[in-house]
Design a protein around this ligand. Structure first.
Ligand code: G6Q
Length: 546
């Protein structure tokens, strides 16, 4: 049955029409308890969602929708390992990777907890060996640099976390990431490195992704041009993959292949051995703290009634703002410098999961699904695109993410940062009306003609919804909770919107598309089946190149 036939959906449609006439200023004036009613305190973070266009009636209606969509049943199915990734017929068990209770979980008769624990033990042993200098390269020198070769889910997650937790690294190793098939990136990374001291991790669930394979082969040649011996590959390459056969063919020894499983989606995989660069950088214990933080969020998500359940609330608000109130994009705005890759990470997590237009039964969806996600460090954004957030015709709901304590306390900095953090959500909500603008200009002694000319330009309508996520401090545990919070938000959105969140056919299409053209670029024979634009572009490229 389509979601649009549900009584709660119809009630929300009516309620949205009324709500569109209201203003956040009015809602705050009418209810002094808004913050208490619309915020959630968790061990490592606070979520304030009171600056959304919602009332208690709205929240009750949204929770009724979640109930009519049988969210709790679906949640149980995911954690129990049912094959909720319907189009690929797979279970979705990234939560098992961080289940610190180590409770056995059977999938097709196999206890996957044992598999997870043995991979973790292998990561522990390996990361200690490399960090302590017991793993040596072909000439007997200790490893100083680790280069992770992977793309998409096999790169973005660990790289985002490596950046976010830089302050917790003891710098035993330098960690680098190569994801782009543009040779500029790998050349830049390898140029200053000594092949005798580099360890490559080829991270690819399928071990067939063309960009990753090309980069891995370039790295291999680079190593051999120094060692003059193919055997060096064994000492300088490890793999994280579900495709052992291809990894072995590449020259990686069986014991240096870390397992991946089909029940872990790429964009949810940083908790698996895909997170190996994190363990190498921070040490295994801090990697475990990251998992523990995520596990805490898993428990909150599983055990808390929907009305106070942070991921559920974030998802319902997204559905409310996007599907019912009509917003088409959402900004992710971190105010912690180390979180500078968070927006890019969230972009993949949400858009690859829910950017779809058919329901899980294969019918067209009759409503807007998820917004496009974008963003940047808040302070940089303030001096760039915040103009649009404050005054454009399009309302962009935004998540503001900051920390009570800075990881790098330098006198004066954090107060200024956080003053901006608080001021922006207030300004986006309150705006400035024409009366205030005129009074302000008058008080500054401006002449009437100037006031008349400028006043309309200085009006800010406000009423722009924001969520504030305030971490106590950015550390492995709180970061784990934050990422898991958004992962579950994405799952809930998928259930409400009837979307299969765990496939990615759009990405698969991209993986195949370039192959045919690449042959044409190599042999110079252009396929006549191309449209005239593509054909002429290829022709221009080839003639200009020649
Ligand atoms: C993630 C996507 C995608 C994937 C990459 C890399 O959910 O499926 O980003 O992670 O395409 O795939 P491999 O790990 O197989 O190389």
């Amino acid at each position: 049955m389509s979601r649009t036939s549900l009584p709660s959906w119809k009630a929300l449609l009516n309620h949205a029409e009324k709500t569109k006439q209201s203003h956040l200023n009015q809602l705050f004036a009418e209810d002094s308890q808004r913050f208490n009613k619309f915020s959630i305190k968790l061990p490592t973070l606070l979520l304030d969602y009171s600056k959304n266009l919602v009332t208690e009636e709205t929240m009750a209606k949204l929770v009724a929708l979640a109930n009519e969509c049988e969210l709790e049943t679906w949640r149980k199915k995911m954690f129990d390992g049912e094959r909720i990734n319907r189009t690929e017929d797979r279970a979705v068990l990234h939560t098992a990777l961080r289940n610190r209770t180590k409770k056995p979980l059977l999938l097709d008769g196999i206890n996957i907890t044992d598999q997870i624990e043995s991979t973790l033990a292998k990561m522990k042993n390996f990361s200690a060996k490399v960090r302590e200098g017991h793993w040596c390269g072909y000439s007997g020198k200790r490893i100083t640099d680790v280069v992770n070769i992977g793309v998409g889910g096999s790169s973005l997650g660990p790289q985002m976390v490596t950046e976010a937790l830089k302050q917790y690294s003891d710098n035993s190793l330098n960690i680098h990431y190569v994801s782009n098939v543009d040779g500029t990136q790998i050349a830049d990374v390898l140029r200053p490195l000594n092949p005798e001291k580099v360890l490559f991790i080829v991270s690819s669930k399928t071990f067939t992704t063309i960009e990753t394979m090309i980069n891995a082969n370039t790295a291999r040649k680079w190593l051999i041009s120094s060692s003059f011996d193919e055997k060096a590959v064994e000492k300088h390459f490890v793999a994280v993959s579900a495709n052992k056969k291809n990894a072995v063919e590449f020259g990686i020894t069986q014991e240096n292949i870390f397992d991946m499983w089909d029940w872990v989606g790429g964009r949810f995989s940083l908790w698996s051995a895909i997170g190996l660069p994190i363990a190498l950088d921070l040490g295994y214990d801090k990697f475990i703290e990251l998992l523990e933080g995520a596990h805490e969020m898993d428990l909150h998500f599983q055990q808390t009634p929907l009305r106070n359940n942070a991921p559920v609330i974030l998802a319902l608000l997204s559905v409310w703002n996007c599907t019912f109130l009509g917003s088409q994009s959402q900004a992710i705005l971190p105010y912690d410098q180390p979180l500078h890759m968070l927006s890019a990470y969230m972009q993949q997590a949400e858009m690859e999961s829910n950017g779809k237009s058919v329901t899980w039964d294969g019918n067209p969806v009759e409503y807007s699904t998820v917004p496009s996600i974008w963003g940047e460090l808040g302070i940089n954004g303030q001096h760039a695109f915040y103009q649009y957030l404050h005054q454009s015709n399009n309302v962009v709901p935004a998540d503001f993410i900051g920390s009570v304590e800075s990881v790098t306390p330098i006198k004066g900095h954090h107060e200024t940062l956080m003053a901006n953090f608080f001021a922006q959500t207030q300004a986006l909500m309150s705006g400035v009306n024409e009366e205030q603008v005129r009074a302000d200009l008058k008080a500054k002694g401006r002449v009437q003609s100037y006031i008349d000319k400028v006043a309309p330009h200085k009006v800010h309508k406000g009423n722009r919804p924001t969520n504030t996520l305030l971490l106590k401090r950015l550390e492995p545990r709180s970061l784990g909770s934050l990422i898991a919070l958004y992962e579950h938000k994405i799952f809930v959105q998928g259930i409400i919107l009837q979307i299969c969140s765990f496939d990615q056919w759009g990405v698969e299409l991209g993986k195949g598309l370039a192959n045919k053209i690449e042959v044409e670029l190599h042999n110079g024979i252009i396929n006549q089946g191309h449209d005239s634009s593509t054909r002429e572009l290829i022709k221009y490229y080839q003639s200009t190149r020649a």
